[in-house]
Design a protein around this ligand. Structure first.
Ligand SMILES: Nc1ncnc2c1ncn2[C@@H]1O[C@H](COP(=O)(O)OP(=O)(O)OP(=O)(O)O)[C@@H](O)[C@H]1O
Ligand SMILES: [Mg+2]
Length: 234
């Protein structure tokens, strides 16, 4: 285990029980996530990709096993401690952006900051910086329905990074976008990884999107079955 690991997953089991039926998603999953990597996770529908992201993000807990983040087991934190940990360390990006339709781009980006003790001007500075980084400084006052899909996803990325988390968890971030727009979003994720040192874990069904990562993992039947380093991450 190198000190460079942001996450270590040790012997993770995850089961869902409904009535008498138990579904095992993971039985003994082990995985390290190196700090400042951009990882793409691929795999068939139902293979547990979203479940894995939810466990990494502290939204869901494993049935057994350890999820170690910077040396600390997060699965044993209380709900409150886990929520604070999540707010400080994790940014989530979803397929359908999950923006609030009544709020402007800037107000959507502001949401995670409302949990923190920051003055209005400190919040504004961070919002401006995040929107500038995703190339949408001139759209701050627009509402989601006045923005294209790719722009909405970039607002969602700005919202995910505004608190400066180390890790971005992305669940099919380009699943609803055309190729050109998807490329813009992927280039933004790549920039965050390469220039700002964010660790990115991205679930995708699209091999072309996975090429933007520097490590591709394929999840099937509860295990990573293949690993291949991208030749070029461009
Ligand atoms: N809360 C839950 N209760 C019961 N079963 C669940 C729950 N959440 C997920 N599952 C089951 O776990 C399995 C993995 O689901 P998951 O959403 O992680 O798959 P996925 O790889 O993200 O699939 P997709 O590519 O379709 O998004 C599925 O069989 C799903 O039905
Ligand atoms: Mg999923």
């Amino acid at each position: 285990m190198s000190n460079n690991n942001l996450f270590e997953l040790k012997n993770i089991a995850k089961r869902f029980t409904k009535g008498k039926e138990t579904i095992t998603i993971f039985d003994n999953l082990c995985m390290d996530i190196t700090s400042e990597h951009f990882i793409a996770i691929m795999g068939p529908s139902g293979s547990g990709k979203t479940t894995l992201l939810n466990m990494l993000g502290g939204v869901d807990r494993p049935t057994s096993g350890d999820i170690i983040y910077e040396g600390k087991a997060i699965q044993s934190l209380s709900e409150n401690a886990l929520a604070s940990w999540r707010a400080a360390n994790i940014g989530f990006i979803f397929q359908f952006y999950n923006l609030m339709p009544m709020l402007t781009a800037a107000q959507n980006v502001e949401l995670p900051l409302l949990l923190k003790k920051l003055s209005r001007s400190e919040r504004k500075k961070k919002i401006d910086a995040a929107l500038t980084l995703v190339g949408l400084a001139d759209r701050a006052k627009h509402k989601p329905d006045e923005l294209s899909g790719g722009q909405q996803q970039r607002v969602a990325i700005a919202r995910a990074i505004v608190s400066d988390p180390k890790l971005l968890l992305c669940d099919e971030p380009t699943g609803d976008l055309d190729r050109t727009t998807a490329t813009e979003v992927l280039q933004t994720l790549q920039l965050l990884n390469q220039e700002f040192g964010k660790t990115v874990v991205m679930v995708t069904h699209d091999p072309a999107a996975a090429e933007f990562a520097n490590l591709q993992l394929h999840l099937d039947k509860g295990e990573f079955i293949e690993q291949h380093k991208s030749e070029s991450a461009a």
